[in-house]
Write a new protein. Structure first.
Length: 326
């Protein structure tokens, strides 16, 4: 693979802990700054950042920690709630985490005196991904190595449970149709469920395993992407259950796949750490080669900014940010 596009991160932020997962808030939160959360070995940090691409008066990235939430155990996944609003009175931050103890934790804070969390128990193995219902944020879906996808209400009650044929690796909610849920399994199958009938309504398949990550394109919900083995895969769900396109991407196996939130042709993938660095590749469907190659020391996590072609990874006591052209 050509390395001419190899590029250092445009911005970095020092962190108090190793970063296992990082997530930009994908929802409008009523503030000019972008909210970002990262999870370490013992806590979750919520911060606000602004970039030169948003404010030309800045000389460098502007980052402020809003609150550090004690977690007590390694954070493996974070999902933001659409109920997070900083322009409300009082302001509200809400997010959910998956942890190494197989439990979900729902955090709610007004960034002042009110800091609460609830624990949801039910999964019997490692939780790989979770997501809030994108409209009202009143439900959370999670997938696990225990071969289930579970849908919870905000009190921790189980609303639905889908039995899978292999570990659940990724889960996504349709941005408009609140009754459609995407679940990707390690065996290479991606199924779409109707939450009313609790039945599978569509499935996609790879010819390769293990599928490690899949993502529904929110700019064009006919598109789904995934990484399995060393390759990335793209489907158009209106045309075929088999991928329209696939390409080899990471020599040491691919780890994560994420679509950009601002361009339906733009997506990023990461590989597994090799020689103490993790590779980030940014792809555009109109280009045969990656348009950006980056790396982070033992990097983990992958997330796109809500309104910019900018993605972030975590790593050893740092956040790394790359900006790409549209």
């Amino acid at each position: 693979m050509k390395q001419e596009g190899s590029r250092s991160a445009a911005y970095t932020v020092e962190c108090e802990d190793y970063v296992h997962v990082v997530e930009f808030n994908p929802f409008e939160s009523g503030t000019a700054d972008s909210l970002i959360a990262y999870g370490g070995n013992n806590f979750v940090v919520v911060g606000a950042c602004r970039f030169l691409e948003e404010d030309t008066d800045l000389k460098e990235i502007q980052y402020n920690t809003l609150r550090t939430f004690q977690h007590g155990i390694r954070v493996d996944a974070i999902a933001w709630s659409p109920e997070t609003k900083l322009d409300a009175l009082p302001p509200q931050i809400r997010f959910c985490t998956a942890a190494a103890d197989r439990k979900l934790r729902l955090f709610t804070s007004d960034l002042q005196a009110k800091n609460e969390f609830q624990i949801f128990e039910g999964h019997s193995d490692y939780i790989n991904d979770l997501v809030f219902a994108p409209k009202e944020g009143q439900e959370i879906a999670s997938v696990s190595d225990d071969h289930t996808c579970r849908v919870w209400d905000l009190d921790g009650n189980l609303r639905a449970c889908f039995v899978l044929r292999s570990p659940g690796m990724s889960v996504g909610w349709h941005p408009e149709d609140v009754f459609k849920l995407m679940v990707a399994e390690k065996n290479g199958t991606i199924r779409f469920y109707d939450l009313v009938t609790q039945q599978a309504i569509l499935s996609l398949t790879t010819d390769q395993t293990p599928l490690m990550s899949a993502h529904w394109c929110l700019k064009n919900t006919f598109r789904v992407g995934a990484v399995a083995g060393n390759d990335w895969f793209i489907w158009n769900i209106t045309r075929s259950s088999y991928p329209l396109e696939k390409r080899p991407v990471h020599a040491d196996r691919a780890r994560l796949f994420r679509w950009s939130r601002v361009n339906e042709d733009l997506f990023a993938t990461t590989g597994y750490p090799g020689k103490m660095t993790s590779q980030l590749l940014v792809h555009h469907l109109g280009h045969p080669q990656p348009i950006l190659i980056g790396s982070a020391p033992v990097g983990s996590g992958l997330t796109w900014h809500r309104t910019l072609p900018l993605c972030a990874m975590g790593g050893d006591h740092k956040l790394f940010f790359w900006v790409t052209e549209m």
